[in-house]
Design a binder for this molecule. Structure first.
Ligand code: CA
Length: 241
């Protein structure tokens, strides 16, 4: 397995509210925080910290129920950040996306997801978005009310339907799929997927080797405007992952 992660403040913002978790070879996550002043940074960082602590069983207990542990870790991370936001007026209204990937090492992948950060799978020159954005615009698109091009340019693109830390309960999506040699997994914040259409991401992955592709994804996001913080984690699946 090869892993590369990158995060960049972008061309417009003064602070980076994205946080990354990279625990090779099994646990990876992107969190994209929101909130006034530094609250977005606190939300993404604290949520990842609580999430990682709550996934302890994945590393130390061979026969645990992975889906149950992931759902529980999301619930605990949500609660942790929700309580912080309630207790401190400077953190009021803060929240974060969380998209996490767990690779137990048996050629399977588990993803858990809330918000509009994304997990993509690039396989046989085809890019698929595994996660579904919990956003107003993604719902309009799913209902056939707008086209994908209208979705990409929609003014309410960043309106989330749920995030961690905002409400007491969350509904976490879980995905489970088999890995194949040559797969590339891409976790990213919307600072990347808002700047690059799926077709552009696929072209970059097709045209460059693994290391150069990560750099090119970041640079193209910046060239296209870099309107938000940009984060990505790329994982190349090799033999015996
Ligand atoms: Ca963002």
């Amino acid at each position: 397995m090869k892993v590369i992660s990158k995060t960049h403040v972008g061309m417009v913002r003064n602070n980076n509210e994205d946080s990354l978790l990279v625990r090779e070879p099994f646990l990876f996550a992107v969190a994209d925080g929101m909130g006034g002043y530094s609250a977005g940074e606190v939300a993404s960082r604290e949520t990842l910290r609580a999430f990682e602590a709550a996934t302890h069983d994945l590393r130390h207990q061979k026969d645990c129920d992975v889906v149950e542990v992931l759902l529980d870790a999301f619930a605990k991370a949500n609660k942790h950040t929700f309580v912080l936001a309630q207790k401190n007026s400077a953190y009021k209204g803060m929240g974060t996306t969380l998209t996490a990937l767990y690779l137990p090492g048996d050629n399977t992948a588990y993803a858990a997801h809330v918000g509009d950060s994304r997990l993509y799978l690039y396989r046989n020159n085809t890019l698929s978005q595994i996660t579904k954005d919990h956003s107003y615009v993604a719902d309009l698109l799913a209902q056939g009310k707008i086209t994908s091009s209208e979705a990409f340019n929609h003014p309410k693109k960043n309106m989330l339907l749920q995030a961690l830390g905002v409400e007491e309960e969350i509904r976490t999506d879980i995905f489970h799929f088999a890995l194949e040699k040559g797969d590339i997994l891409l976790l990213c914040s919307d600072g990347l997927s808002d700047m690059l259409r799926d077709m552009e991401i696929a072209h970059i992955l097709e045209a460059s080797d693994f290391e150069n592709a990560a750099t090119a994804l970041l640079e193209q996001s910046l060239d296209n405007g870099g309107k938000d913080n940009i984060s990505l984690i790329m994982i190349a699946v090799e033999e015996d992952d």
